[in-house]
Design a protein around this ligand. Sequence first.
Ligand SMILES: Cc1cc2nc3c(=O)[nH]c(=O)nc-3n(C[C@H](O)[C@H](O)[C@H](O)COP(=O)(O)OP(=O)(O)OC[C@H]3O[C@@H](n4cnc5c(N)ncnc54)[C@H](O)[C@@H]3O)c2cc1C
Length: 400
Amino acid sequence: MSNQIPVVVAGAGITGLSAALHLADMGAGHVLVARGPGDPSSARAPGMITGGQRDNFTRVAIAHQTDFARTMWDFGDRAFDRTVAWARSHDVNAATGRRLRLVVTPEELREATEAVKMMTSAGVTARLIQGNELKSSPWGACLGSRVIAIQDEGDRGGWIDAGMMHLRMLETAQKHPSISFTELSVEDVEGYANEDLVVTIGNKRHAAAALIVACHLSTGDIVPSLKAALVSSADQWLTASGPLDPGNRLSAWNRSGIAWSALHNHEWGSTLPRGRLLMGGGRVLRKWAGFEATEANVEERITNYIVDQATKTFAHWNQPDTSSLRAQAGLDCHPCDELPVIGPMYGEGRILVAAGFMGQGVTLGFQAGYCLAKLLMTGACQELPRRLWPERLRSLTDKE
Ligand SMILES: Cc1cc2nc3c(=O)[nH]c(=O)nc-3n(C[C@H](O)[C@H](O)[C@H](O)COP(=O)(O)OP(=O)(O)OC[C@H]3O[C@@H](n4cnc5c(N)ncnc54)[C@H](O)[C@@H]3O)c2cc1C
C-alpha cells in the first residue's frame, strides 16, 4: 500500500465502494474507506432498477425545465448501463427488461399523455398504450381492469441482486492494492484554511487529499450544512411467488427484469428470476407518506395493501398467503428539491458528497461514485450535471 496521503471515502455502500473502485482504477495511489456503523442499505436494497428517473418526465420537467429533465434522463440511463455492465462482468445476478408505468387513474392518464408528448419531443423513448391496443398487447393481456393505459419507456427496466452486487464490489475493493479499509467512522473533517484536509476517523486525525462523503442519511452528520436538505422517507417491500401469468409460460410478463410502477410510484416492483416477484410501496399509508420517518418498520396493513393492489393490477396472479411473506422496510434519502446531491461542497472542493437517490441508489449511487472519482482525478466530469452539485442548496443554509 502506498503511504501517500489518502483520499478518504466515508461509507462502504454501493456509492462509497463505487467511488473507491473507480478512484483506484483511475490511478489514485491510496484510497482509505471508512466503513462506519451498521450495514449499508445497499446490501439489502430490493434491487428494482430503471433508466431515466423514477419520477415521471413531467414532474422533473415542471420542477426543473424540460432541457434539464432530458439531462437527468441521460444521467439515469448512463447510470443504468454502467451498473448493469459492472454487474454482468462480475457475475452478479441481474436481468433487464421493460420499464412500464401502469396508469390507474384518469389524472395519471392526463400526466402520462403529456409526459409521452414531452419525452418524444425531447428524443426520449416513450409510448402510451391504451384502448384496444392495450387489450390486444402482450402486456395488457395480464392486467386487471384497474389499468387503463401503460406508459412504455422501452428496455429501461430491470432487477439486480443488490446484496450480491454490494458483496462483489466489496470483495473487488478488498483485493485492490490501492484500497484499504477501516471499520471506524468518519467523525469530523477540517478543511477550508488548512493546507491538508484533516479527517478524523474514530479518534485519530488523518491528513487526506480529499474526502468523499457517501453516508446516505448520515451525510449531514459530517457535512452539517446539508442536513436540512436531505430528508428521510420510509418504504416497504416484499418478494412473493409468481409468475404473473401462470397459464402461459411464454407470456411477456413472465420474463425477469420488467420494472413497473403505478400511482406515481407509490406502487412499484419488478419480475425476478425463477418466476418470483418483487413488490413494494404503500408509503401513502404512513404518517406524512413516510417522510421524515426516523425508523422504518414493516407494517402488516401495508403488506396487505401491496398484495391487494398487485392482485387488482395483475389479473392472473395467484395471491399468496400474506402470512407467509417476509416483508422488509428501510429509510431512503430524498433531497428537498428532489434532485440527487452529487459533487464538491461549496467553498471546499476537496469534500465531495453523493446522496439522495430517491429509490434509485443502486444505479445512481454507482454512477455518482464514478463521477466523483472522475472529477477528483481529472478535474472534470462531463457526465455529472453541474446542477446536481451541492452549491444549489446554498441559499437553504444561508437562511438558517
Ligand atoms: C424501502 C426502500 C426501497 C428501495 N428500493 C430501491 C430499489 O429498488 N432500487 C434502487 O436502486 N434503490 C432502492 N432504494 C435505495 C437504495 O437502497 C439506496 O439509495 C442505496 O442503497 C444507498 O446507497 P449508499 O451507498 O449511498 O448508502 P448505504 O448503502 O446506506 O451506505 C452508507 C454507509 O455509510 C456508513 N456510514 C454512516 N455514517 C458514517 C460515517 N460517519 N463514517 C463512515 N461511514 C458511515 C453506513 O454505515 C453505511 O454503511 C431503496 C431504499 C429503500 C429505503
